[in-house]
Ligand binder design. Structure first.
Ligand code: NAD
Length: 331
């Protein structure tokens, strides 16, 4: 690297790629150099707005950058990432990194061989609410997650599992430090011939159970998660960034047993439940994610999520997809 500031580029400047352009342009250690997109109008619009170079071919952009985001359609991630790693480019590949586990493993192997940083874009990991969950959740018993949205033609190239549910799979696998014991899947197509509505039950070796529902056939946006632990119940609404922790007040019996009983009269007025609202920071999660990428490159900061865990989220998402297909074939 000749410059102190990392030279960055974005490949694919559709909906997600534009957010990356915005964030790179605001990170002090980074100089946004250019973008690549086969859609000339999309690329030229960014060139004009940010005063950067535009290339129709990603390989031309790669000659000018140290780090790149790949936010092209998922089906192209593997080929583009291979080109980028061959040209010694550090990478953030938007989720899902690839549609095949072996392809993803191959990309991580290539990156390791060349000592390049390769992250998968799971922006939810940097969401303030998810950060709080990691602090609060201890030995969860039951996790229930719902991520529902209206159908949008733009999403049609991936199904709901790789487009939406993979976020919750990743959050849950990183909260429950245990291997998956069993998975049940039900689902159906509604607006496409792919997975549009999917319900999953996961049993972990620790005994934790998770149910995940994802839909892109719902006339409202719903994103929430609830978690039961032995000593608390956590409710999180991602859309409003509202989070609360509920605990039952100690029962009369428990108080007597612990010798803290101050008389039945006070107990009658005791609240049955205590509720605590949790403050959630509102930093831009994508900017935090890209800053972490930059720190891993420039300062050799340890990656937040290990390669093994990156691969595990994809592996479980692909297993869910395979079970969805088998469920529908057997109907
Ligand atoms: N992390 C998240 O929350 C999140 C959210 C949305 C999308 N994504 C992921 O980002 C990726 C892109 O999704 P999107 O919604 O932005 O799609 P999009 O269709 O809006 O954008 C894709 C862009 O890539 C361009 N493109 C196509 N072929 C290309 C090529 N060969 N070289 C360069 N550019 C090319 C298209 O012209 C388009 O501008 C997908 O993998 C998706 O799963 C992640």
């Amino acid at each position: 690297m000749t410059e102190k500031r990392l030279r960055a580029g974005v490949i694919g400047v559709g909906r997600m790629g534009q957010f990356h352009v915005n964030c790179y342009s605001e990170i002090p250690d980074v100089k946004l150099v250019g973008v690549a997109d086969t859609n000339e109008a999309a690329g030229l619009a960014i060139k004009e707005k940010f005063g950067v170079e535009y290339f129709s071919d990603h390989r031309e952009l790669l000659e000018h950058v140290d780090v790149a985001t790949i936010a092209a359609p998922t089906s192209l991630h593997y080929e583009i990432a291979k080109d980028a790693l061959a040209m010694n480019t550090h990478l953030l590949v938007e989720k899902p990194i690839t549609r095949s586990y072996d392809d993803a493993r191959e990309l991580f192997r290539l990156a390791e061989e060349k000592e390049l940083v390769l992250h998968v874009g799971h922006v939810e990991r940097f969401n303030g609410a998810v950060h709080e969950l990691r602090e609060l959740v201890d030995d969860p018993i039951l996790i229930q997650s719902r991520r529902l949205a209206p159908f949008n033609q733009r999403m049609a190239s991936d199904g709901v599992v790789l487009d939406m549910m993979i976020h919750d799979v990743d959050i849950i696998l990183n909260l429950v430090n245990s291997n998956v014991k069993a998975i049940n899947v039900m689902g159906r197509s509604v607006f496409t011939d792919r997975d549009d509505v999917v319900m999953v039950q996961i049993m972990f070796e620790s005994g934790c159970m998770a149910t995940i529902t994802a839909s892109r056939a719902t006339q409202n946006k719903v994103r929430n998660m609830t978690i039961s632990c032995r000593d608390k119940y956590i409710k999180l609404n991602f859309a409003d960034q509202e989070m609360s922790v509920h605990r039952m007040a100690a029962s009369e019996h428990e108080l007597r047993a612990s010798g803290q009983d101050s008389g039945a009269k006070e107990l009658r007025y005791m609240e049955a439940e205590r509720r605590e609202r949790i403050f959630i920071h509102s930093h831009n999660p994508l900017k935090l994610e890209l800053q972490h990428l930059v720190d891993c490159i420039l300062k050799r900061t340890e990656r937040r999520v290990s390669v093994e865990k990156e691969l595990r989220s994809l592996e479980v998402a692909l297993l869910i997809l395979e079970k969805f297909r088998r469920f529908n074939d057997s109907e």
